[in-house]
Design a protein around this ligand. Structure first.
Ligand code: GLN
Length: 265
């Protein structure tokens, strides 16, 4: 009985040591939490369905792509912690206007309409629009041929805006570029219009078995990082970070990783 009591005591002592140990640990943790809560968080909005600029990895856990690497590098340069949020493309600017995002990076073209609502950083990528058709399509060779045709575009994009200018065109506005390709393959439309690098990446990753892109470039567009008008200081910080990344070779490194070649100067 005495022995049992002694063992019990030893157990209590061991347990209390363990608890004290944990206590020390939780002190550490509190310090970490405090550090985390004082670290500035950059709330970044993107529509992660736009490879090679932004997409989710196979597990759907990480955001990858040229824009994602670039904005992480920008945030690091600005000494912010990057918090990436995935939102529908046409919901990005409204989310910024209602104060829920600090910046948007989403292959977003700088244009006057958007400039009314957000500030844009210096341009960081040159893009433009191309057409994708089924391999067996013979009658669509240029943008003019889209007249009277059914065309899928992503809602709220420059593609949607440009295609609507074509006379007699039937525009189908869908949620993502992935949806536009699906619609084309299903025969719901005759063509798709998207940003050239996104069309090229889609064709490359799917092996070009069913669809192909036309060479003609409809527009020349500059992508910019959108920044909330509520924070004019941040515009300067983002541009300074971009400048630094150009100077220290980081931008070129990221460009090469995603496009396999040197950035065009
Ligand atoms: N560059 C196009 C635009 O800004 C498309 C962007 C996108 O779909 N992510 O409208």
């Amino acid at each position: 009985m005495k022995r049992a009591m002694l063992m019990c005591l030893a157990l209590v002592m061991a347990l209390s040591m363990l608890v004290t140990g944990c206590g020390g640990g939780s002190g550490e943790k509190k310090k970490d939490d405090a550090k985390a809560s004082t670290e500035k968080v950059l709330r970044i909005g993107t529509n992660a369905d736009f490879a090679p600029f932004e997409f989710q990895d196979v597990d759907g856990k990480n955001y990858e792509g040229f824009d994602m690497d670039l904005i992480r590098a920008v945030a690091k340069e600005m000494k912010y912690k990057a918090d990436i949020q995935n939102i529908n493309f046409d919901g990005l600017i409204p989310a910024m206007e209602s104060g829920n995002l600090d910046v948007i990076i989403s292959g977003m073209t700088i244009n006057d309409e958007r400039k009314q609502k957000v500030n844009f950083s210096d341009p960081y990528y040159k893009s433009g629009l191309t057409i994708v058709v089924k391999n067996d399509n013979k009658d669509i060779k240029t943008f003019k041929d889209l007249k009277g045709k059914r065309v899928a575009v992503q809602i709220g994009t420059t593609s949607a805006k440009e295609v609507k200018k074509i006379e007699g065109v039937e525009v189908k506005e869908l949620n993502s570029s992935a949806d536009t390709f699906m619609e084309l393959k299903a025969g719901g439309v005759d063509a798709v219009v998207n940003d050239k690098p996104v069309n090229d990446t889609y064709i490359k990753t799917t092996g070009g078995k069913e669809v192909r892109a036309l060479d003609e470039l409809l527009t020349s567009e500059d992508y910019g990082i959108a920044i909330s008008k509520k924070n004019p200081e941040m515009l300067k910080e983002v541009n300074a970070a971009l400048k630094k990344l150009h100077e220290n070779g980081e931008y070129d490194k990221i460009y090469k990783k995603w496009f396999g070649e040197q950035a065009k100067k």
